[in-house]
Design a binder for this molecule. Structure first.
Ligand code: JAH
Length: 257
């Protein structure tokens, strides 16, 4: 297992302190993951380490200047080197980052996350990078953050738990919400643990029955109901085929009311 190298470029390296903790920290300790965080201001030359300037064409806010980014990318991934990273740029206007893309990225040897701030990075940084490396502008959802750092953390964590799973406990990775495996595309069923009655609320009887086929069917029905109610886009996206007779019965019943 060679693992994944992830370089991160940011003006706020402190955002990435959590990567030393927990599962990400363990994956790093095991050699599954090699994260290197770089401070963009290292590649500035003026006394104030300026990384931003006013936008051409006017308008509010500031834009990240291209020169420090160009020097950072050249230093981390020299243009004449045979191997190049896949450049990932978090931005609200990017391609949606989902579980499928997480799985794809977990199979890459080398990723470079470029975290912008302000109104974003001068577009020529991406336009130049595409001449020598694969580039994806990524969105983790339809909301605006103050910069790409938090989105980059999300991307690193989603990838890391897949790396840990490849060696550790692959089964647990497959039966969860948004997995692309057997139950892929459905939300999780509700889960319960002891005590069997808590504040007058009972655990569903079937889960105490020991009847594994009934438990499986109940969980599948719950997952379908939840998904139809909370994320109908995930149901319609799958078409009419691909459902079992029992799945169809549940979905048809939900469609009636
Ligand atoms: C905001 C640079 N999809 C979430 C997301 C990702 C990045 C940013 N905002 C939201 C962002 C400002 C500057 C990136």
């Amino acid at each position: 297992m060679s693992g994944v190298r992830i370089d991160v470029v940011t003006i706020f390296p402190d955002y990435f302190v959590p990567l030393d903790l927990s599962l990400v920290g363990k994956a790093r300790a095991k050699g599954l993951l090699d994260v290197r965080v770089h401070e963009l201001r290292h590649w500035t030359h003026d006394r104030h380490h300026t990384v931003d300037d006013t936008p051409y064409g006017g308008g509010a806010g500031l834009v990240m200047r291209p020169e420090p980014w160009g020097e950072a990318l050249d230093a981390i991934a020299p243009a004449d080197a045979p191997e190049q990273p896949r450049l990932l740029v978090p931005t609200p206007s990017g391609r949606l980052f989902d579980q499928g893309l997480a799985e794809e990225l977990a199979a890459e040897p080398w990723l470079l996350l470029a975290c912008g701030r302000y109104e974003g990075i001068d577009q020529r940084v991406v336009d130049h990078a595409v001449t020598r490396m694969r580039v994806d502008e990524l969105s983790i959802g339809d909301y605006v953050l103050n910069g790409g750092e938090v989105a980059a953390l999300v991307v690193v964590e989603a990838i890391t738990r897949l790396l840990a799973g490849f060696l550790g406990n692959p089964a647990s990775l497959h039966e969860e919400s948004h997995g692309t495996g057997a139950e892929g595309g459905l939300l999780e069923y509700p889960v319960y643990t002891k005590p069997a009655v808590w504040r007058g609320l009972e655990v569903p009887e079937v889960l105490l029955s020991g009847h594994h086929a009934n438990v499986s069917r109940w969980r599948r029905d719950q997952a379908l109901r939840r998904t139809a109610s909370r994320r109908p886009d995930l149901i319609s996206g799958q078409g009419r085929d691909g459902w079992s007779a029992q799945d169809r019965a549940v979905l048809d019943e939900l469609a009636d009311d």
